[in-house]
Write a new protein. Structure first.
Lengths: 197, 390
């Protein structure tokens, strides 16, 4: 069988090429639910993590995840490719959370954070306790941030979405995004040991 | 801190966007600013450690099944008219895709291929352009088709242009033609040429040149009829060489061979399917339902009729005709008992009955769906059975 002289991928690759996120979105546009399933399987966990940190520990996280993918399906035709699909999904979730889930969040107190269980530590016991307390305080403080600041902090700082992509996904100017991130950091930094600047 | 110290916002921006040489130099000599940068980094590190509770695999499966079931009946919003895929996206999203060049793009002239691609429902493909890396190399438009069927019209190519449909195991290269390619999970299944010439190169076999009216096909496993397939390939236990195709069925061949004037599933049925599909995408659910009903009467093969019957169910549901939609589901289950989608349709109908409280009608359907080959359908059915038996 002839091989294209400028084929870039390894000729030993015998598997059908995995479709890119953008290709899956394009397939969703034409009603391919298999592509939606593939998109779900690929991004469900990251989106669940994002939504968990956006909403705090709550059963509504799964609802938000599912609503986000359904919104991505119905609005696949509006994806413009100027941010990654992952960031785009985060933007959808953020928007849904703003309009539909905020009222639920307000009903829960900051003490919900006590349900959070830190990952297994490897430091000595007193450092473990100190770290646990810091994460508890940080989780509670994150939950109390205004939605716009929390979204930007979770997306950029925790999920490490580049600023330009995050701005595009949230449909805000980069300057606005940075301002929100600075504000979020200013509010959260005092939680760290060492006080403020 | 001193007067030369940047504001907090500048440090915060640098922490995310990168530290320039000037700021780097300042940080080396200013302990308070360096401490602030370290605190910003520590905050980020702590935030990434915040715990979160993942869903169980069972819950994830149930979520996926519910999502897909909802996606089957919700209406998708059309693309924005001005929202064509931006730079960086290799795949053309719409049914029809045109590349127009020849001077519009300015700069050094590069070969441009005029092509039109129509993908059947369920087809998965990517369309990329490879520009020559060395002097004298041709440019190429590559359609990587991993599953399903696409119809292509490629204008006559000039020297320096190539148009290739690539699968996991084959390439189909064209020279200004109208032709169709059918792929099942990466494997080339069928190529049919309407105009022009097409060379088919399958791994391990001699290249084959097809002329207008000719087609190539090979045996496919019994696994599943393909969604939106434009031609039916009858599964056989063992491939047999056949001199002439039967008038009603396509006969697969073990080795690639030219089949002159092979009889395909009625072209009128395919055209009617494409028309109904366009109506569905365009939001005319009622028109689509009528169109798919017509396809079923025209389709000479089982695969196209099954697809048409399935999408008629979806179209009726979108049109709000729930009674007709349920009747269509019942008809589907009678007519296509062993179809791949029978479990999915049984699930949809079973959930409808369950929603109305008709447990007796729901039970056998959900039990059928709980044995489906698709995990998401099985899990959704099991969940519904659990509720039914409470």
């Amino acid at each position: 069988m002839s091989v294209l002289p400028f084929r870039r991928r390894a000729s030993e690759d015998r598997q059908p090429p995995e479709l890119s996120d953008e290709a899956l979105i394009a397939a969703c546009k034409v009603g391919d639910r298999g592509a939606l399933a593939a998109l779900f399987e690929r991004h469900q966990r990251a989106l669940h993590r994002f939504c968990s940190r956006l909403l705090g520990p709550s059963g509504e996280v799964e609802d938000l995840v599912q609503s986000t993918f359904l919104a991505a399906w119905t609005d696949a035709g509006r994806y413009r490719g100027q941010s990654s699909v992952r960031a785009w999904l985060y933007g959808i979730a953020s928007n849904l959370a703003r309009h539909g889930f905020r009222s639920e969040k307000r009903k829960r107190g900051a003490f919900e954070s006590l349900r959070w269980k830190p990952a297994a530590p490897v430091a000595p016991v007193d450092e473990q306790a100190s770290r646990r307390q810091l994460l508890d305080r940080l989780g509670a403080a994150l939950e109390e941030l205004p939605h716009d600041l929390r979204v930007v902090f979770v997306m950029c700082e925790i999920e490490e979405v580049p600023g330009a992509e995050a701005a595009e996904a949230l449909a805000i100017r980069p300057g606005t995004l940075w301002r929100r991130l600075h504000d979020a950091r200013k509010r959260l930094l005092p939680l760290l040991e060492g006080g403020e600047r | 801190m001193n007067a030369d110290c940047p504001r907090f916002e500048a440090l915060s921006l640098a922490a995310s966007d990168g530290i320039g040489s000037e700021l780097d130099s300042h940080l080396r000599s200013c302990a308070p600013c360096a401490a602030t940068m370290r605190r910003i980094e520590r905050l980020a590190a702590a935030a990434r450690e915040l715990p979160w509770v993942d869903s169980s695999p069972e819950r994830v499966g149930a979520m996926e099944a519910s999502l897909l079931a909802q996606a089957a009946v919700v209406r998708q919003r059309p693309s924005r008219r001005w929202g064509v895929a931006a730079a960086g996206i290799a795949l053309a999203a719409a049914i029809a895709w045109f590349v127009i060049g020849m001077g519009l793009l300015g700069g050094a002239a590069k070969p441009r291929v005029l092509s039109e691609i129509a993908a059947a429902p369920g087809a998965r493909y990517e369309h990329v352009t490879l520009h020559p890396q060395h002097e004298g190399e041709p440019s190429a438009e590559i359609v990587r088709l991993s599953h399903g069927s696409v119809s292509l019209h490629v204008e006559h190519l000039t020297p320096g242009e190539r148009f290739i449909v690539a699968t996991a195991d084959a390439e189909v290269e064209v020279r200004g033609t109208r032709f169709e390619v059918l792929v099942d999970e990466g494997k080339l299944v069928r190529v049919a040429v309407t105009e022009g010439k097409v060379e088919v190169r399958v791994a391990g076999q001699e290249p084959l040149l097809l002329h207008p009216g000719e087609s190539w096909e090979r045996p496919v496993p019994e696994a599943a009829p393909l969604a939106g397939a434009v031609a039916a390939v009858a599964p056989v236990a063992a491939a047999e060489p056949v001199a002439a195709p039967s008038p009603a069925d396509l006969v697969p061949h073990e080795a690639p061979s030219r089949v002159r004037g092979s009889r395909r599933e009625a072209p009128e049925g395919e055209r009617a399917f494409a028309s109904a599909w366009s109506a569905l995408r365009g939001g005319d659910a009622a028109g689509a339902a009528a169109g798919f009903e017509r396809v079923a009467s025209l389709a000479g093969g089982e695969v196209l009729a099954e697809d048409a019957d399935y999408w008629r169910i979806v179209a009726l549901a979108r049109a709000g005709a729930s009674t007709e939609s349920e009747a269509a589901m019942e008809s589907f289950l009678r007519s296509h008992r062993d179809a791949d989608r029978s479990g999915e349709v049984a699930l949809m109908l079973g959930l409808r009955h369950l929603a109305r409280g008709d447990r007796d009608a729901a039970l056998p359907l959900l039990e059928q769906a709980s044995r489906d080959s698709v995990a998401a359908v099985r899990e959704r059915a099991v969940e519904a059975l659990g509720r039914l038996r409470q």
